[in-house]
Design a protein around this ligand. Structure first.
Ligand code: BES
Ligand code: ZN
Length: 467
């Protein structure tokens, strides 16, 4: 129904500057969920969203959790019409900014910047996920401004712990199941496929995060006095970590590949047809040769194979200059991306058992868990998928594709498992957005077309029948 959509799209175009100003305001709040020092800022971001939703007529509240607050808002659909109930999810927390020295500007002094490739919104969270979250809110704002109300019943659900493994999410969703039970869930936390191809993500990898701390002597020691007879936790840790992969790039852990399926032939053929440019993908970050499992393509490795990666490692003296020290402890943050029915808890147990079995005398180990979410595969038969695919294809130069995603969004599978609702993942990030990295950006074009995309999806999906 182009007649009710066109004025919304026109309004989005003519008010883009205001939408950007609001996003910059939200981006200025350093809502880093993993670092307790930013707890108050996370609460401030949640409050900001509640206040912003109020400006478009959505009654919203923050709901406390053992971690950071959830934001929930709701509006009824037009009276007397049997419209579907949509549940929209995004996350307001962001990743830490370190290494700060690699940022060209303060990560929380966001700005629109002109670059050789066009205008970008620069700042931590611009793409992951505040900018994306706001594409939906801005589409709703334009709709309300034009039509006085939203086209269907909508529940807004924003999380503040996604970047730290969503520890409060499962109990929360169980408790608030009734409020989250829409006809379909919409998630905006993924990217485009290529520069101009919109994408609906149908498979996401899961994640198991674990911190391993190995301790030996009761204090740091002089390496000349004790080096040799005393255990060195860095040597112990690196030997243990090195044993986790074989020379074919496979993970050696007992039972690691239990539940890892081979890619069905039809999915393999569909991915092949996407024409993914492996060389360009690595070339963009100054790499040439694929690492990882020797017999797998890069796309397969990212979308449908599990990995075990080391995200951080510390121990001993890492300051300027040099210190001949034998450290008392060393630690590593390790994460596994999971596919199929791999069980994050079993893999954690297997990792712990392997570390303990390889620990020499005089060393102790502590483990700290950081999230466990299984992989998820979306059911795409709900008519909202076809409607959204067409709506996205109308907005972007290329047709929308169904794709996989190497990243993890814990809620993606929980919507189906806990609430019984299919989740439709559409997002507008680009590969060069530098999410989780220094100088994160969101292309102004993606923000703009992302808002327009949601307006089109709202138009198409809100006229579908309930259920
Ligand atoms: N937006 C990302 C997920 C994503 C990553 C989408 C890459 C598209 C491409 C999300 O915010 C994220 O980073 N998730 C974490 C979750 C983890 C901490 C449980 C991830 O994947 O590391
Ligand atoms: Zn992220």
């Amino acid at each position: 129904m182009a007649t009710r959509l066109s004025p919304v799209l026109n309004r989005i175009d003519s008010t883009l500057d205001d939408a950007v100003a609001r996003l910059l305001d939200l981006l200025a709040i350093p809502s880093i969920s993993t670092d307790p020092a930013y707890k108050a800022d996370c609460a401030r971001a949640a409050d900001w969203l509640v206040a912003d939703l109020a400006t478009i007529g959505v009654k919203a509240e923050t709901i406390a959790t053992p971690g950071h607050p959830m934001v929930m808002g709701h509006v009824d659909g037009p009276a007397g019409q049997d419209t579907p109930h949509l549940v929209f999810y995004g996350h307001y927390d962001v990743q830490p900014v370190d290494p700060l020295s690699l940022w060209n500007n303060d990560p929380f002094a966001p700005a629109v910047e002109a670059t050789a490739k066009g205008k970008v919104i620069r700042g931590r969270g611009s793409s992951d996920d505040k900018g994306q979250l706001m594409t939906f809110v801005e589409a709703c704002r334009a709709w309300v401004a034009e039509h006085g109300q939203l086209p269907c019943e909508i529940t807004f659900f924003f999380e503040g712990e996604e970047e730290s493994g969503s520890p409060s999410l499962v109990p929360f969703m169980k408790e608030y199941k009734d409020r989250l039970k829409g006809d379909v869930a919409l998630i905006c936390d993924t990217g485009l496929f290529g520069h101009d191809t919109p994408a609906i993500v149908t498979m996401l990898r899961g994640l198991m995060g674990e911190e391993i701390v190995i301790k030996a002597a009761d204090k740091d020691l002089h390496s000349g006095m004790y080096g040799g007879p005393a255990q060195n936790p860095i040597r112990v840790l690196t030997r243990i970590l090195a044993g986790l992969h074989d020379d074919q790039g496979r993970v050696t852990l007992d039972g690691f590949y239990d539940g890892v399926p081979e890619l069905p032939a039809d999915v393999a053929a569909q991915w092949e047809a996407l024409g993914f440019d492996h060389e360009a993908f690595l070339g963009e970050v100054d790499l040439n040769l694929p690492a990882g499992e020797k017999d797998r393509s890069a796309l397969e490795m990212i979308w449908s194979r599990p990995t075990m990666e080391f995200n951080g490692i510390t121990g001993g003296y890492t300051g300027d200059g040099f210190k001949t020290v034998l450290p008392a402890q060393a630690s590593a943050k390790v994460s596994a991306r999971l596919v199929g029915t791999q069980d994050p808890h079993k893999i954690r147990e297997s990792l712990r058992a392997y570390v303990e079995a390889n620990l020499p005398a005089d060393c102790t180990v502590e483990f700290h868990p950081h999230g466990a979410s299984p992989a998820s595969v979306m059911e795409t038969s709900h008519p909202a998928f076809e409607a959204a695919r067409n709506a996205l294809s109308d907005e972007w130069p290329n047709e929308a594709a169904f794709v996989g995603c190497g990243g993890s969004i814990p809620i993606a599978g929980y919507f189906k498992k806990i609430v019984g609702v299919d989740a439709l993942l559409a997002g507008f990030g680009r590969d060069d957005d530098a999410i989780h990295s220094p100088n994160e950006k969101y292309d102004l074009e993606c923000f703009h077309k992302g808002i327009r995309s949601w307006a089109r999806i709202l138009d198409a999906v809100s006229t579908q029948t309930k259920g």
